[in-house]
Design a protein around this ligand. Structure first.
Ligand code: ASN
Length: 324
């Protein structure tokens, strides 16, 4: 028997000029939570010795976003400048690998990511065609180091929010429902989740957990570390209860032969990654680990929004282009 799932009716976020007075009040409230969260998290990274890099919007090398089980990109934006093709930033992963290897051992960036999602994703509530990642990388770090850093950051953030943002959380009806997570978060293997829940494991997992959890071993892009002997991937996503994925990251590949083999295997265009390949060949890419936190998703979870574009002053809902 097939069970009929009820798809929640989601109202698509409107542009600022279309909001009613009460909607403006809610928007302003979410805006205050975003400001608080940005200050809290960037402060935590700076205090932990990370350097804050400014983002880039156009480069020859950006995230291939392939292969990725969750990808649904309708279009890639490529333009010529000064006679060279450049792409809009899909993520700054390649920049992170090179920058952390050469000059900034611990770094983070508030990075604008442009991913033109298919319009059919408008109502998932979790996809927008431009978002901001708090993207970070640490030379010589392990997955365990990143787990500890993120767990401390999330616990610190929710604790502080509950202390300092009571009025806003009450307005958003989140004061009683948002709980301070406890260390250490459980770790699940994606293969086990697929066995238990089937193909829709992400939705089922988010609905069933009461606390944040890690999911590891997710086959995806070449830069995440794969153990060729065991076939296991040393990478991870962070899932929040009643919400879903808000962060993805990994220990990274740094050895030339593996990077090259994986780029060929994935049929990713080598010429777009020639600098990374060259530096790896010269032994200049260092082991590292890192991750990116989707800021709209994180704040969307805190605020209890139906659609993460509600956290954006200028919503980027797939399929809808407003003037601003
Ligand atoms: N920021 C992610 C990472 O650090 C990559 C991504 O966004 N695709 O692994």
């Amino acid at each position: 028997m097939t069970t009929q799932k009820t798809v929640p009716l989601i109202e698509l976020p409107k542009s600022l000029d279309q909001l009613s007075a009460s909607e403006i009040e809610r928007k302003a409230c979410i805006g205050k939570i975003m400001t608080y969260t940005l200050r809290n998290l960037t402060g935590k990274f700076v205090d932990s010795g990370f350097q804050w890099l400014l983002p880039v919007a156009l480069s020859q090398s950006t995230d291939p976003l392939w292969p990725d089980p969750g990808a649904s990109i309708e279009k890639r934006i490529e333009v010529d400048i000064y006679g060279k093709p450049v792409r809009t930033t899909a993520s700054m992963i390649i920049h992170k690998l090179i920058a952390s290897s050469i000059a900034y051992p611990k770094l983070f960036i508030l990075s604008p990511n442009i991913r033109i999602e298919k319009a059919e994703r408008a109502k998932t509530g979790k996809h927008i065609y431009e978002f901001t990642q708090l993207d970070f990388e640490a030379r010589d770090a392990t997955s365990k180091d990143i787990f500890a850093l993120v767990e401390d950051a999330l616990i610190g953030l929710v604790t502080s929010l509950k202390r300092d943002m009571k009025t806003e959380l009450t307005t958003l009806c989140r004061c009683d429902t948002i709980k301070v997570p406890k260390k250490s978060f459980k770790i699940y293997d994606k293969e086990d989740l697929e066995t238990e829940y089937g193909a829709d494991w992400e939705t089922e997992l988010a609905a069933s957990i009461k606390d944040p959890v890690w999911v590891t071993n997710i086959p995806r892009e070449f830069y995440d570390f794969e153990d060729f002997k065991t076939g296991k991937w040393d990478n991870y996503d962070l899932f929040l209860p009643q919400f879903g994925e808000v962060l993805s990251g990994a220990k990274r590949e740094w050895e030339y032969s593996k990077i090259f083999k994986k780029i060929e295997r994935d049929q990713v265009k080598k010429e777009n990654y020639s600098l990374l390949i060259k530096l790896a060949k010269e032994g200049k890419i260092k082991p590292s680990a890192g991750a990116g936190i989707g800021m709209e998703r994180l704040v969307g979870w805190i605020a209890g929004v139906q659609h993460i574009a509600e956290t954006q002053p200028f919503p980027r809902v797939p399929g809808t282009v407003h003037q601003l």
